[in-house]
Design a protein around this ligand. Structure first.
Ligand SMILES: [Zn+2]
Length: 259
């Protein structure tokens, strides 16, 4: 069995920095403790466990790692499954009662619940956000003169510059969300919106959808509430950029490789 064990937002890893594998759970659990089933991993059964608050985590020789930084230890497949495990545990802990009638929910399947009174069904919900790399080049300019818009948001955990991003609102499609967020945060208009990549974002339950777009007009006015600084940068004078775990970085790397 592969054990994706969490202590709040931290994941417990084997001494070699990977997901523990053992017949029994490597930490002590109370009798009949509910395990969250996961799809098989590496041809082995797998499950997710939220360690109870009073668990002795020193047994099993496990090391505790924030899920975000586990990206740099785990294999890509391990990190993806760890994110899914974390999202399912978060969903389980926030869906104990029916949001319509307040009665307890019971498990229907591995990824759904059913209300014990009114029968309402519920699945894990995703918050969907767009993220966009905005590029600008004068018609007669060379490729190396092309610029990218990079900003520093107040909620960034670090000094780096990233991309414009924001949550999709009800009734909006992705392109409308992108144009609204860009206008709100920068005062710019964009065109030629092109889908590039997406990424599950288990903090706590999101999906990032990444685009490229071209500058179409307007003067740069950064929204003071969300952004502290930002501007246009060429490939040869980039500021500090986000870590490799982020979709922002993947999009910036794609743009760098185009030159
Ligand atoms: Zn109900």
């Amino acid at each position: 069995m592969r054990w994706f064990i969490f202590d709040k937002g931290d994941i417990l890893l084997a001494p070699d920095g990977h997901i523990p594998a053992s017949p029994e759970c490597p930490i002590p659990l109370p009798p009949h403790f509910p395990l969250q089933p996961l799809p098989d991993f590496d041809n082995e059964p797998a499950c997710a466990v939220q360690a109870p608050a009073d668990t002795d985590l020193t047994t099993g020789n496990l090391r505790k790692e924030p899920l975000r930084s586990s990206f740099y230890l785990l294999t890509p497949a391990e990190y993806r499954m760890a994110g899914k495990a974390r999202e399912l545990l978060y969903w389980d802990s926030t869906s104990r009662f029916c949001s319509k009638c307040g009665a307890p929910m019971r498990r229907a399947t591995d990824i759904s619940k059913c209300c014990t009174a009114c029968g309402r069904e519920a699945w894990p919900a995703l918050s969907i956000a767009i993220i966009v790399l905005i590029r600008r080049i004068a018609p007669s300019a060379q490729k190396e003169d092309e610029e990218v818009l990079l900003v520093h948001a107040r909620n960034f955990a670090g000094n780096f510059h990233g991309l414009i991003a924001g949550f999709v609102e009800t009734g909006e499609n992705l392109e409308e969300c992108l144009q609204r967020e860009v206008m709100e945060e920068t005062g710019l208009r964009v065109k030629n919106i092109t889908y590039k990549a997406s990424q599950p974002w288990p903090y706590p339950s999101g999906l990032m959808v990444g685009f490229f777009a071209e500058y179409a007009g307007g003067d740069l006015h950064l929204q003071d509430e969300e952004l502290t600084c930002g501007g246009w940068f060429t490939r040869s004078n980039l500021p500090e950029i986000p870590g490799k775990m982020s979709l922002a970085r993947q999009l910036i790397d794609m743009w760098m490789l185009e030159a």
